[in-house]
Design a protein around this ligand. Structure first.
Ligand code: FBP
Length: 553
């Protein structure tokens, strides 16, 4: 197969490992912390995870003593949205497993969690894995979003594992996929199946984090990719001086990606969903906030600018959140009714408006038909609204056009409002992993096998101290139940991993807050350029602003 010169060069890159893992996984000391608790709803979570709740955090240290190797078969799943570096997690896992015992086998389940339950797999060979080292994408085995939670699914998974003599499964995924991992780990222990389950923290969204998981993989590369594109648009806007660019940035719920991309590029406006929720801003108030900056810039002769819109914004506007939550419950029921499913779209809107509470019906009614239709689209298998399919940036433009036209009539705005809309999401999820993600992912995969080899189950692979060079990285594991709470999904209370949202009293948001008036009015655009893989360390190995500010001592 023909490959690009960059891919060829990247195949030669040797990712770095934390020092504890440098001699393989057989000579490791396990340093265990105390009993842990879930982040919330401890009583319910401890009941649901009767056999796996409360385990200690583990840190690995290099040891003089080494264990005897034992051949073991492991299965691996890529789950949920793509994130740069997934292939390196698999490469790290493969190398650790083969280094411990060359007769061990790694099976890759195809197309996400359903590959496990349907018994669709391939056995990984060195030649096969080598072709994917340091490349982006999840195409090595594919990904999917199937939720694993039923007895039937777990029984099927057990049968497949028995057939392949698999005694550990590694799930590479985000919050929903690692919720799957926790449920499956518990089920296997409960049934004495002798199958361990280990998770790896993946998601460009950056919302799977805590003290032990400093960042999920993919965030570094994806944010740098979006920042490159935003920087390019800033230069274009500053050259032509004729458009307001509204750029929606991926990140299903939390605004970490938008915030990081904003800090890397310093656009005129960066909206942060968590702030909108905290200030209980309505859609109209958000429009007023943007309009004020547009008007003031126009007074200075500037009819151009850049607005960053986090993908998940719509769900954080209190009035929208209430309406979407009602819609979730409602559509879940209505979709079972043929009369609703076969109705023309306009009739569906009327049925919905009648069934919603009066406040939510008013909000729904006020939206353009296109947005209404997008809000009614299928939820993902975990019950989430697919915010990547809602044109929030276009909704804001339409509302601003209306408002500014009215202001023009009233003589309070004299500018020109020409717009361009963009959505940067899929562009960043399969980029070649940055050096940071290439190293971090390889380490996470290698470390996942250290957890398997150490006999752990229901743990998330953890590599921390990431703002330091890899020679100072710390490897270990964190019990998945520690990150869980109860949330409503598809109308029912379910245990799920709690998303880490942007902290409005934290240092990352503080940097935006401190500078935003200056960035709004004076053009302080930064042009980060493309991710660099070869060259000086200050260009190639820099970490994100988020992780630097969050971990500065
Ligand atoms: P994960 O949480 O599974 O990593 O996915 C994140 C994400 O990229 C979101 O940012 C985005 O909203 C969503 O996936 C898009 O989903 P899909 O790939 O199914 O369109």
């Amino acid at each position: 197969m023909e490959i690009s010169p960059l891919q060829k060069a990247r195949l030669q890159y040797n990712p770095k490992l934390p020092p504890a893992l440098k001699n393989g996984v057989l000579s490791l000391k396990h340093v265990l912390g105390g009993k842990t608790e879930s982040v919330a709803d401890q009583e319910q979570i401890s009941r649901i995870f009767e056999h796996t709740y409360g385990k200690p955090v583990v840190t690995f240290e290099a040891s003089e003593n080494s264990k005897t190797a034992k051949a073991i078969n492991v299965g691996v799943i890529l789950s949920g949205g793509q994130a740069p570096g997934g292939h390196n997690v698999i490469a790290g896992l493969f190398d650790a497993l083969k280094a411990a015992d060359a007769s061990s086998r790694l099976y890759g389940f195809l197309g996400g969690p359903s590959g496990l339950t349907d018994g669709k797999y391939i056995e990984m060979t060195a030649e096969f894995v080598n072709a994917y080292r340091n490349t982006g994408g999840f195409d090595i085995i594919g990904s999917g979003r199937t939720k694993l939670e039923t007895e039937e699914q777990f029984n099927k998974a057990w049968d497949v594992c028995k057939k392949l003599n698999i005694s550990a499964i590694v799930i590479i995924g985000g919050d929903d996929s690692n919720t799957n991992a926790a449920l499956m780990a518990e089920w296997f222990v409960k049934h004495n199946a002798g199958i361990q389950v280990i998770g790896c923290p993946k998601t460009i969204d950056g919302d799977l984090k805590n003290e032990q998981i400093e960042i999920s993989f993919g965030f570094d590369t994806a944010t740098k990719t979006y920042a490159e594109l935003i920087g390019n648009i800033e230069r274009d806007a500053n050259s032509a001086k004729k458009y307001w660019h509204f750029i929606k940035i991926m990140g299903r719920s939390a605004s970490h990606v938008a915030l990081e991309a904003g800090l890397q590029t310093q656009p005129n406006i960066t909206l942060i969903s968590e702030e909108v929720a905290a200030k209980k801003m309505s859609l109209a108030q958000i429009v007023d906030y943007i309009a004020d900056i547009i008007v003031r810039r126009a007074e200075n002769g500037k009819n151009f600018g850049i607005v960053i819109v986090p993908e998940g914004l719509i769900e954080f506007i209190p009035e929208m959140k209430t309406m979407i939550s009602e819609l979730n419950d409602l559509t879940h029921e209505l979709e079972k009714d043929d009369k609703y499913t076969s109705a023309p779209q306009a009739d569906k809107f009327t049925i919905i408006e009648k069934a919603l509470s009066s406040g939510s019906a008013k909000v729904f009614e006020s939206l353009p038909d296109g947005i209404k239709a997008q809000l009614l689209m299928d939820r993902d298998p975990h019950g989430n609204v697919q915010v990547s399919r809602i044109d929030t940036e276009k909704l804001l433009i339409a509302m601003l056009e209306k408002k500014l036209a009215a202001m023009k009539k009233a003589g309070t705005y004299k500018g020109k409002f020409s717009t361009q809309s963009h959505f940067f999401g899929y562009e960043g999820r399969c980029a070649f992993p940055s050096n940071f993600d290439a190293d971090y992912c390889y380490s996470l995969g290698y470390n996942a096998f250290a957890l398997v080899s150490g006999g752990f189950t229901g743990y998330l692979s953890s590599v921390r101290n990431l703002t330091k060079p890899a020679t100072e990285w710390i490897a270990g594991g964190i019990p998945l139940t520690m990150m869980m709470n109860i949330e409503k999904r598809k109308g029912e209370n379910k245990p799920v991993i709690k998303k880490a949202l942007v902290e409005l009293d934290g240092p990352v948001f503080a940097r935006l807050e401190k500078n935003r008036e200056d960035w709004a009015m004076n053009d302080r655009y930064l042009f980060p350029g493309a991710v660099q893989y070869f060259g000086p360390a200050e260009v190639c190995d820099r970490t994100t602003v988020t992780i630097q500010l969050e971990h500065q001592k």
